[in-house]
Design a protein around this ligand. Structure first.
Ligand code: SF4
Ligand code: SF4
Length: 268
């Protein structure tokens, strides 16, 4: 199974109901978003004047750039297939791709809040929620992003954005099921936002008329993978020390100073 979402640009009316529903459902800070709607155009395209919207969210990518950079210690995690009950045990850091439903998730109890994953995402689909601090780990906050509303989906509900969309422009389902509505859209031509440099298998895909799709893909497709940031690479290298930083008072103080300086450097 690979969960995915289709956004039908022919139906989207840019009302932002999806983004608002998501914020309300998951208590997302006002200035952040797991889900967004950008207005595009009006602009000329080879097919004529176009004006559309870019409703965006995490793509739950097949090769997620966010997962490999996570510097948290790995732990053994057992995943269960909701359909067959089959299990699979894997080593995962604080963010991982579920081997059964294909979603990319964050273990917020183990997230260091370093922001490495947010830096690595070419779609800017992640942010660090500084309103929540993991007391035990003591980081700068906790990474957050769209989960495809898995806690709702596991109860048989639709993702909040899908349920709320007034125009039925968001469709959620299993891309591996050839009979699902999302697969039908893929057969009709729904595509993810990919380029030569960014081809990591996005599972949130877009469908629309030629001119709107031209406007969307020409303005909103990432053209390069984000460069490794100073903070990200140093934090990854400091990984073995972070546990000690957590546990030793003096070293913890020194670590906090180093990390603060790194984040200030990053902000410059
Ligand atoms: S869109 Fe970004 S955050 Fe989501 S899985 Fe892909 S790389 Fe990770
Ligand atoms: S709720 Fe539906 S119609 Fe409204 S902006 Fe979101 S995707 Fe578009």
């Amino acid at each position: 199974m690979q969960y995915g979402m289709i956004i039908d640009l022919n139906r989207c009316i840019g009302c932002h109901a999806c983004a608002i529903a998501c914020k309300a459902e998951w208590d997302v800070p006002a200035d952040k978003g797991r889900n967004w709607v950008h207005r595009l155009g009006p602009a000329k395209t080879p097919e004529g004047l176009a004006s559309t919207y870019y409703p965006g969210l995490c793509n739950h990518c097949n090769q997620p750039a966010c997962v490999d950079v996570c510097p948290a210690d790995t732990v053994e995690k057992t995943f269960t297939d909701g359909k067959t009950g089959q299990t699979k045990t894997m080593q995962v850091a604080a963010t991982y791709k579920d081997p059964f439903n294909g979603t990319v998730q964050i273990d917020q109890d183990r997230c260091l809040g370093c922001g490495a994953c947010a830096d690595a995402c070419p779609y800017s689909a992640r942010y660090v929620n500084k309103d929540i601090v993991n007391e035990e780990i003591g980081g700068e906050g906790i990474a957050d992003k769209c989960t495809y509303c898995m806690p709702r989906v596991e109860k048989g509900l639709q993702p909040a954005c899908v349920q709320t969309c007034l125009a039925n422009a968001r469709i959620f389902g299993d891309l591996d099921d050839p009979d699902s509505e999302v697969s039908q859209y893929v057969k009709k031509g729904a595509v993810g936002l990919t380029s030569t440099a960014v081809s990591i298998g996005p599972n949130s895909r877009y469908y629309g008329n030629k001119k709107d799709m031209h406007l969307l893909t020409s303005t909103s497709t990432p053209t390069g993978m984000p460069a490794a940031s100073l903070r990200r690479s140093l934090l990854a290298r400091l990984k073995p020390e972070m546990k000690k930083v957590k546990n030793l008072g003096m070293l913890g103080l020194a670590g906090a100073v180093v990390l603060k300086e790194l984040s200030e450097d990053e902000g410059k």
